[in-house]
Design a protein around this ligand. Structure first.
Ligand code: ADP
Ligand code: MG
Length: 423
């Protein structure tokens, strides 16, 4: 697959905020040596230090140093905003402007006019206000700046700028008018048509494929519906790079990390060993494919035990179109391609293989999904759609129980793998 050209070569970069005695200079960038903070020492094995987003100091001098480093590294590609400016454009982070809420903090809509900054066009933006408790929040903020600040692709949300003032950490992104896939897919009444689901799956797959195919591969680590944002024409863009990680180097097969992510989406071998590979993202992608097919969430604690995990519940239905129709999203009302859904289910099945080696690469996944766009056979017109909802084992209550609210208190929201992260 042809990758769009990048504005400049992608290179691993970190900003500096550890104390001077813990630093090593590498070209323009400064390495942070591992600190003794307990949450960092939980890493399974030390990472090359320039990739380690490890921070021991959130003092005023640190934030000043970070700003200097980021300004030097990114130049005019990223804007360094003042907190007062971001307050002004979001009406002091008013709840009326709230776009969403994740484990990281709240996201508010703002509007930048043409006179805001030189070289910055008038546009609506999304401002993420980091809920900074401990180091994790700061690490996530910095990971987003470092990754999204350098990676540019039509299927990645564009980072416009950041703000680092004393203990405040904010991010400014392009505004995505249709919000997250989560908000559309699990809505009670309105539904995403089959062709739109396919378009979203292809866009998100291209985003992941770009990350995995980069010169220095990046593992996204938190692929899920709330992190897939939608443009006005339903182009999918990945956002929320707070957990992204550089892939293994050289002959290494994996990177070893503290296990973080979201239950229901995280690959089983990653949860049990902490070994992270690009195939961990492929597993999560398979889970989202299942969500697109069934309209069910990856993990739903309010369902009967056997139905709580989407992967476990759906696995026996994925191998034949005869069985598959029983778990297809009732909101589609039979308006989906039988052939397309069958092949998407087969792809999902491969993606959620227990052995990571049996999972396809994301580039292959993109091709497979693009081929499904040719199918126009609708289940409703070829008798594949069961007349009675009662015959749809286990799927009949899908319509009534789903809570579309975005928030940490939603019992249907996926739960974090570690307390500090994420919804
Ligand atoms: N650029 C954006 N445009 C519109 N809505 C957004 C944007 N960024 C985030 N959101 C909304 O805010 C929610 C949380 O954002 P996210 O970046 O995932 O935060 P967290 O890191 O806290 O999980 C998203 O699921 C989405 O609903
Ligand atoms: Mg998120």
């Amino acid at each position: 697959m042809k990758q769009p050209s990048k504005s400049r070569p992608w290179r691993p970069l970190t900003a500096n905020c550890c104390s001077t005695k813990d630093q090593t200079k590498i070209g323009n960038f400064i390495r942070c040596k591992p600190t003794s903070r307990s949450d960092l020492s939980k890493d399974v094995a030390p990472m090359p230090s320039f990739r380690r987003l490890s921070f021991s100091d959130l003092s005023r001098s640190s934030s000043m140093r970070i700003n200097e480093d980021l300004a030097q590294s990114f130049g005019s590609d990223l804007h360094d905003f003042q907190l007062s400016e971001l307050r002004a454009i979001t009406q002091n982070f008013s709840s009326n402007f709230l776009l969403g809420e994740g484990g990281f903090g709240t996201v508010h809509k703002g509007y930048i006019d043409g006179n805001f900054r030189q070289g910055l066009k008038a546009q609506p933006v999304a401002v993420k206000l980091l809920d900074i408790e401990g180091l994790q929040g700061h690490r996530e903020w910095l990971a987003e700046v470092v990754f999204l600040g350098q990676l540019r692709h039509p299927n990645l949300v564009k980072l416009i700028g950041y703000c680092c003032e004393e203990e405040e950490r904010l991010l400014v992104y392009e505004f995505m008018p249709r919000g997250s896939l989560e908000n559309h897919l699990f809505r009670r009444i309105s539904s995403l048509p089959w062709a739109t689901r396919l378009k979203i799956a292809i866009g998100a797959a291209k985003g992941l494929s770009f990350l995995h195919g980069a010169e220095n591969p990046v593992i996204y680590r938190d692929f899920k519906t709330s992190n897939v944002l939608l443009d006005s024409d339903f182009t999918a863009k990945l956002s929320d790079f707070g957990l992204a990680k550089m892939g293994p180097e050289g002959s290494k097969s994996h990177v070893s990390t503290r296990v973080m992510g979201t239950y229901g989406y995280a690959a089983p071998e990653y949860i049990s060993t902490g070994h992270l590979t690009t195939k961990s993202d492929v597993y999560s992608f398979g889970v989202v494919l299942l969500e697109l097919l069934t309209g069910r969430r990856a993990m739903e604690k309010t369902r009967p035990k056997t139905e709580q995990s989407l992967v476990d519940w759906s696995r026996p239905y994925l191998s034949s179109s005869r069985k598959l129709r029983y778990i297809m999203d009732p909101r589609l009302a039979g308006q989906y391609s039988v052939k397309g859904s069958k092949e998407m289910a087969r792809l999902a099945q491969q993606c959620i293989s227990l052995n990571p080696k049996d999972r396809p690469r994301m580039a292959t996944t993109v091709e497979t999904l693009e081929n499904l766009q040719q199918y126009k056979d609708m289940a409703i017109t070829c008798g594949h759609w069961p007349a009675s909802a009662k015959s749809r084992k286990g799927a009949s209550d899908n319509k009534i129980k789903i809570d579309i609210r975005v928030g940490a208190t939603n019992p249907r929201k996926p739960s974090p793998l570690v307390a500090s992260k994420k919804t």
